[in-house]
Design a protein around this ligand. Sequence first.
Ligand SMILES: NC(=O)c1ccc[n+]([C@@H]2O[C@H](COP(=O)([O-])OP(=O)(O)OC[C@H]3O[C@@H](n4cnc5c(N)ncnc54)[C@H](OP(=O)(O)O)[C@@H]3O)[C@@H](O)[C@H]2O)c1
Length: 325
Amino acid sequence: MGGEITSAAGGPLVAWPPLASPGRGGLTRPAPKPAGQLAAGLMRGKTVIVTGANSGLGRATAAELLRRGARVILACRDRGRAEEAAAALRREGRGAEGSSSGLDLASLRSVRAFCQEVLQEEPRLDVLINNAGVFQCPYTKTEDGFEMQFGVNHLGHFLLTNLLLDRLKDSAPSRIVVVSSKLYKYGEINFEDLNSEVKYNKSFCYSQSKLANILFARELARRLEGTNVTVNVLHPGIVRTNLGRHINIPLLAKPLFNLVSWAFFKTPVEGAQTSVYLASSAEVEGVSGKYFGDCKEEELLPKAMDDSVARKLWDISEVMVGLLK
Ligand SMILES: NC(=O)c1ccc[n+]([C@@H]2O[C@H](COP(=O)([O-])OP(=O)(O)OC[C@H]3O[C@@H](n4cnc5c(N)ncnc54)[C@H](OP(=O)(O)O)[C@@H]3O)[C@@H](O)[C@H]2O)c1
C-alpha cells in the first residue's frame, strides 16, 4: 500500500501507485539504487512537503515518497499545473482523488499564507524538501523586489523553512532536505548587490543562489544542534527536466542536445534518489550539515564552508524576508 497526496487544507486524498520505471539514459552512469530496495512502508505516518512538486525532480521525489507510504503535500506555484501533477499521480494511483497547495516562492505573502495553512491543518511535519528552483532566467524581480533566482531559490525557501521550523521541531526526529547544485562552485555571495541591480549575470546569479542554499543549510544545521531536526543539502547531478526552460538552444543544435541529454543526463527518477535517500533512509538518521551527491557525502569547496559568510547571509536574509525588522 502506498501513501497519500494531500492539500494543506484537506485530508488524505490519494493512494499512490507502484514506482514509475526509471527510464532510459545514463549510458555511462551506474544504475541508480532501485527505489524498491528501500522498504515500501518506510515513510508510513510521515508528512512531507515537497516544493516544486509538479515537475522534474520534485515530482519524481514526491512520487517516490508516496510510494514509501508518506503523506506528501505538493507545494506548487501554479494551481493548474499542480492539479495536473496531482491528477497524473491520481491516475497512476488508480483513480483516487488528489489536490495540492499553492506556494509561490517569488512572493513572501504567498509563502506566509502557505505556512499559515500548513500550521493550521497539519499537526505534524516530518520532512521538508526545498526543491523548487529557477535557472538562468532573464532579469526579473520577485513580488518583493528581489532578483528572481536569489529570491526563489534562496529567500523564499529561507522564509518557508523558518516559518515551519517549530512544527518540524515538535515532530522531531524530522528532516530538512535542500536541493542545491554543483554549479555553486562558480558563485560568490555578492553582499554589495544581492539583487543584482548594478549588474546581472544569469549564470553567476544561479550559482550564487545555489551557494546560498549550501550556506543556509550549514548555518541552519548549527542552529538546530540538539533539536533532533537535521538538515542536509545535495546536488542531483545533471537531470533531464524543465529547468532549462529559459535557455535558447538553436534549432539546428536541438537534435544533438536531445541525443546528448538522452544518453548522458539522469532521468528525474534517477536524479531524485539523493533527495529521497536524505528524506527517508535510516543511514542518515542524525546526520546533519552535510553535502551529498549520488546518496554519498561529498566534499565542499572552502567557500561553501565559510561560517562567517553563512552567518552574514543568514542575518541579511532575516531582514530581507521580514523575520527581523
Ligand atoms: N535538472 C538539473 O540538472 C539540476 C541540476 C542541479 C540542480 N537542480 C535543482 O533541482 C531543483 C529542481 O529542478 P528541476 O530540475 O526539477 O527543474 P523543473 O522541472 O523546472 O522544476 C522546478 C520546479 O520549481 C518550481 N518553481 C519555479 N519557480 C517557482 C516559484 N516562484 N515558486 C514555487 N515553485 C517554483 C517549478 O514550478 P513551475 O513548473 O510552475 O515553473 C517547478 O515545479 C532546482 O532547485 C534546481 O536548481 C537541477
